[in-house]
Design a binder for this molecule. Structure first.
Ligand code: MSP
Length: 502
């Protein structure tokens, strides 16, 4: 029975330009969406931009433009950056979209009607970069623990969400395993066990936000507006049937910087609104540059386009999916990117295709033979498909691609042992080449969530009609699917080698 998969990324602030940290989460979500389509799931992939709040207002002021202009400009940059990486969301949501305002108001009205909001005066230490209040004990040397920048004293009349009332339900929810990996789940549980203060969810000091329907002069605090985007996109408050269809399948991806909001506050808000807390939350670490998290203030951001210029879209996507384990922090290194590209893409994949096409031209008149039913690679392929499936399912693209490349390495070894380029044309040569072509076919399908361009290129060069993305896993990747009798074309080098010094 086909399943449903609703995958989300955080919505990115529009004060900042897209960098490889944002791209990492978004490429991962896109690859997961593509994988789930391959297995026949109905998929909805959501990303977008977070456009309200003090941080955006101040960025706009600094640029001498209105917050709406700031949002329009930066949202366009994100949309363009994602298009350039072949990231294809089903919706790019902006928190200034009209349906989002409707959702936010409906959602928080429900929370209020259920008795979970009250009004009081709030005073506290506030980090504008986080758009969050901190306790004094949470500061590091008096500064924000995330940004290392000074906090400000704010005092306002606010509506509060009775978060403290949800400790027990949250402990139960978090213990159920919705948050992955385990280390991040324990971090969330730890936050709940420390005790939860009620949180203020409205502001009067700014007007760049969604108005509170029951109290003129108040706008919702940006985080409570932002989190609700996940519900807006599937019809909360506008299309109840659609919401009921998709919400039970939601899977949020995020980095640990916003774990507290996603794994503690958001599930509590959903419970308060009478909805199911998120089905799954997958939390990854930071992509570090020179040992530090990328940020505007540290001037250590790398734009995706700079790397795409050298490595192509496939090189970019493959590297981040293959080399940055989902969970722990990972250091970005240009040298590692070059090494990965040359080994896996230029050698293992590119050379296999070039070699097979060359020998097919010489020994088989350019017509690809069929694989052997009793090939030694058949069992390897079966195991690889099973391992790749399990790894994608567990949000572990690195392991899924590692498994997929095992099949390429085995095919290369088979060719090296059999040396069909030295042998006389005949059944033996046909068998080995047919096996290698079958491996290329299977890998084109399994790698298509990462290699959005090369997968299709391999597919057509070995003479197959249509596209690897239209295949279904596991049925269409069972050994023996390459029919033989197709024209094989060598074409230009798929992944020209790159020198380490660029
Ligand atoms: N607007 C909020 C999110 C609201 S979601 C309802 C926000 N925006 S952000 O622009 O700061 O994006 C944070 C997210 O971007 C991280 O959680 C992560 O997904 C991604 N990353 C940004 N920098 C990153 C790294 N250096 N490393 C890994 N991920 C990074 O927070």
């Amino acid at each position: 029975m086909p399943g449903r998969f609703f995958v989300t990324t955080p919505i990115y602030y529009v004060n900042d330009a897209p960098h490889i940290g944002h791209a990492y989460t978004t490429v991962t979500a896109d690859a997961l969406a593509r994988w789930h389509r391959l297995v026949g799931d109905e998929v909805f992939f959501l990303t977008g931009t977070d456009e309200h709040g003090l941080k955006i207002q101040r960025a706009a002021d600094a640029n001498g433009i209105t917050p709406q202009e700031q949002a329009d400009r930066t949202a366009a940059r994100f949309e363009q950056a994602w298009a350039e990486l072949d990231i294809r969301p089903d919706r790019f949501i902006r928190t200034t979209d009209p349906d989002h305002g409707v959702s936010v108001q409906a959602f928080l009205q429900k929370v209020k009607d259920n008795g979970h909001l009250y009004k009081a005066t709030y005073e506290g230490l506030y980090c504008v970069a986080c758009e969050a209040y901190y306790r004094e004990s949470e500061l590091v040397d008096g500064n924000c623990p995330i940004h290392g920048t000074p906090v400000e004293w704010l005092s306002e009349d606010n509506w509060f969400f009775r978060l403290s009332a949800f400790e027990e339900q949250l402990t139960e929810y978090l213990s159920s395993g919705a948050v992955q990996p385990e280390g991040k789940r324990n971090e969330a549980l730890g936050l709940v066990r420390q005790g939860l203060d009620d949180v203020s969810i409205t502001r009067t000091s700014i007007d760049w936000g969604v108005p509170v329907p029951w109290d003129p002069g108040h706008v919702f605090y940006v985080w409570y507006d932002a989190l609700i985007n996940y519900a807006t996109a599937v019809g909360y408050g506008t299309d109840p049937e659609r919401f009921a269809t998709w919400w039970p399948h939601v899977h949020h991806l995020l980095a640990k910087d916003i774990l507290r909001f996603h794994c503690v506050y958001w599930p509590a808000m959903l419970l308060a609104a009478g909805e199911q807390p998120p089905h799954r939350l997958s939390v990854h670490g930071y992509l570090l540059v020179g040992g530090e998290k990328m940020s505007k203030t540290r001037l250590n951001q790398i734009a995706p386009a700079d790397l795409v210029a050298d490595f192509g879209v496939d090189g970019f996507r493959y590297h981040f999916l293959r080399d940055t384990r989902f969970g722990p922090d990972g250091d970005f290194s240009y040298e590692a990117l070059v090494a990965r590209y040359n080994t896996d893409l230029a050698n293992n994949l590119g050379n296999l295709l070039a070699r097979v096409a060359t020998v097919v031209a010489k020994k088989c008149d350019g017509v690809g033979p069929a694989p052997r039913a009793d090939s030694p690679l058949a069992a390897v392929a079966e195991q690889v498909v099973a391992d790749a499936r399990a790894a994608w399912e567990a949000v572990n693209p690195a392991e899924a691609l590692e498994a997929t490349w095992r099949l390429l390495r085995e095919a290369n070894s088979l060719l090296e042992a059999a040396e069909p380029w030295k042998a006389e044309p005949g059944a033996e040569v046909d068998g080995v080449l047919g096996d290698a072509l079958e491996v290329l076919r299977i890998v084109a399908v399994l790698a298509s969530p990462a290699l959005t361009r090369a997968a299709g290129e391999v597919w057509s060069r070995i003479g197959l009609p249509g596209s690897p993305e239209d295949q279904r896993v596991p049925g269409d990747v069972a050994w023996g699917g390459y029919p033989g009798g197709l024209a094989v074309e060598k074409g230009p080098s798929l992944f020209p080698r790159i020198k380490a010094d660029g």
